[in-house]
Design a protein around this ligand. Structure first.
Ligand code: CP
Length: 317
């Protein structure tokens, strides 16, 4: 594997999950692979889980790790070609990328959607430039349209907790005060539509996601109906994708908060969320603190998804 930005890069999902679970059983079994190899993690945006889990995964594989927070201590980077750089951005990505690549063997990049220009976001201009100009294996630590390390961890978690071959997985929009990217729900949909699950998405009208990610899913606008018989409930907020409202908050309706009443419609479902989560906006205290909440093991599996991906990238060097 030379890059990891979407579900197609990982190959058959059953094999990927099997490999991940083997790594989880003995996470130091491949510590020789990363000897004298360096991972550079580049963050254009904040992180808690991705930063720590990916660093831990690389250390499990014996790698050295360097972390660069572009907006804290580095030169501000210009990402557009052809601009007259007379503003506050001192360096262009076209020089910065090959320079950074010269210091490392594998690069992880986090760069969120700006939510102002849909075409720019959905072209994935930042991570695509890293792939094109670094000459090194590149993986996404959440890009503008996808968060594949999260979706892989989500799939591993569902595999661990499911009690039937083909569980019903419901992804529900939930309210949030700020405009958030569509990367997590896009990616979760992209992975779930390829996994052996019955996948349903529910959201208020106006929050339809890009069909390239949701094709094959059932879209159910009636939330009560969507939750019926669910084995897993995956809550997430996202801003509008459809024009002319791209990147906007259309609703903060707290009737969409996941609470105990709506969870009673399910088949005693497990509650999932990628975190960070806004309590009593996305989900009530009662649900997230219930024994059916698996948000902590889900986050712990971020180490395992990252380690599986970095292992495969190391094997390609
Ligand atoms: N779920 C996730 O990616 O968390 P962070 O934004 O804290 O990395």
């Amino acid at each position: 594997m030379k890059k990891f930005t979407c579900v197609d890069d990982i190959g058959p999902l059953d094999e990927a999950v099997k490999e991940a679970l083997e790594i989880k059983r003995d996470r130091f079994a491949f510590s020789h692979l990363g000897k004298n190899k360096t991972l550079l993690m580049i963050f254009f945006n904040s992180s808690l889980r991705t930063r720590l889990s990916t660093q831990k995964a690389a250390m499990n594989l014996g790698m050295n790790v360097m972390v660069l927070d572009v907006n804290q201590g580095a030169w501000k980077l210009e990402t557009e070609r052809g601009v007259v750089m007379d503003g506050d951005k001192a360096e262009h990505l076209l020089e910065a990328i090959p320079v950074m690549a010269s210091y490392c063997d594998i690069i992880g990049v986090r760069s969120f959607a700006g939510l102002k220009d849909k075409a720019e976001d959905y072209e994935e201009r930042v991570i695509e430039q890293f792939i094109k100009y670094s000459g090194k294996p590149v993986f996404s630590m959440e890009a503008a349209t996808r968060h594949p390390l999260q979706s892989f961890a989500d799939l591993i978690t569902i595999e661990e907790y499911k009690t039937k071959k083909r569980p019903k997985v419901v992804m529900t929009w939930a309210p949030h005060p700020k405009a958030l990217p569509q990367a997590v729900p896009n990616s979760f949909a992209e992975w779930m539509t390829k996994a052996d699950v019955d996948f349903v998405i529910t959201h208020p009208r106006g929050y339809e996601l890009d069909e390239q990610f949701t094709r094959g899913a059932t879209i159910e606008y009636d939330r009560e109906k969507a939750f019926e018989g669910a084995d897993f409930v995956y809550a997430k907020n996202w801003s509008a994708y459809a024009d002319p409202n791209y990147g906007k908050v259309l609703s903060t309706d707290r009737d969409w908060t996941v609470d105990s009443r709506i969870m009673e419609k399910t088949n005693n479902a497990y509650f999932m969320h990628c975190l960070p989560v806004r309590r009593n906006m996305i989900v009530t205290d009662e649900v997230i603190e219930s024994p059916r909440s698996i948000v902590i093991p889900e986050a712990a599996n971020r180490e395992i998804s990252a380690q599986t991906v970095i292992k495969r990238l190391l094997e390609s060097l």
